[in-house]
Design a protein around this ligand. Structure first.
Ligand SMILES: Cc1cc2nc3c(=O)[nH]c(=O)nc-3n(C[C@H](O)[C@H](O)[C@H](O)COP(=O)(O)O)c2cc1C
Length: 209
């Protein structure tokens, strides 16, 4: 019904962090989520280990509890950023986070990408291959969602309460690390614009930094 017709370039340039335009009343079908997760499985992983997991949370009480963990950190973030800087795009970002604080528990699906192994205290190279094994799959999941009319955003607030979230969901904390909490819902309207980004030359270095 609300599946947008997107070219690959449009998909890549319009997959935004969606917070305000989430349809909190429309359920998300399990089959659609499974399609997106199957596509995510095609992402690269270090040493072909495929040691990632996705915890898909639809239970209302668990979403409410996760929402509390998320909002606790989000409120502190807002307080700190507000006093420091709040105009233009920053003010819009903060207002959008504030909206999600009020509604995170109502978002119909929370997806928590996880990876086996903990990076705590490990050398950067080892950390890179662990995080690098979950990040591409999660982004593929988010792109697949967008192409089906679903909105997502990558969020990390709740990770400051990772242990509590692990207990709530039965995730073995010592062996498995959570990477994000991705709220998923159908979007209100399917048109999204490319985001504002710095000029390419400020970020790309040819042959030398
Ligand atoms: C590693 C990472 C952590 C993030 N953590 C949060 C978060 O905790 N809460 C949140 O609302 N958004 C979070 N975001 C989303 C960013 O705010 C968002 O991607 C950024 O503002 C760009 O938005 P745009 O892609 O729509 O332009 C995170 C994004 C990334 C990549």
């Amino acid at each position: 019904m609300s599946r947008p017709e997107l070219t690959p370039d449009e998909l890549l340039s319009t997959t935004r962090a969606v917070r305000r335009r989430l349809d909190l009343t429309r359920p998300v079908e399990r089959e659609v989520l499974e399609e997106c997760l199957r596509l995510a499985q095609q992402a690269p992983t270090a040493s072909y280990r495929q040691h990632w997991h996705f915890v898909v949370v639809t239970d209302a009480a668990k979403r409410a509890a996760l929402g509390e963990l998320w909002s606790d950190v989000a409120r502190k973030y807002l307080g700190a950023r507000r006093s420091a800087e709040a105009s233009g795009s920053t003010a819009r970002l903060l207002a959008s986070v504030e909206h999600l604080i009020d509604h995170i528990g109502e978002v119909p699906v929370h997806v928590i990408p996880c990876v086996e192994g903990r990076t705590d205290g490990k050398p950067a190279a080892s950390q890179a291959s662990t995080w690098g094994s979950i990040v591409p799959a999660t982004w593929s999941f988010m792109l697949a969602c967008r192409s089906r009319g679903l909105g997502t955003s990558w969020t990390t607030f709740h990770l400051q309460h990772e242990r509590e979230a692990a207990e709530l969901l039965g995730i073995p904390y010592e062996a498995v690390m959570q990477a994000a909490l991705v709220p998923v819902a159908y979007t209100l309207g399917t048109e999204f614009k490319p985001g504002r980004r710095a000029p390419l030359e400020t970020m790309v270095h040819w042959d030398t930094w």
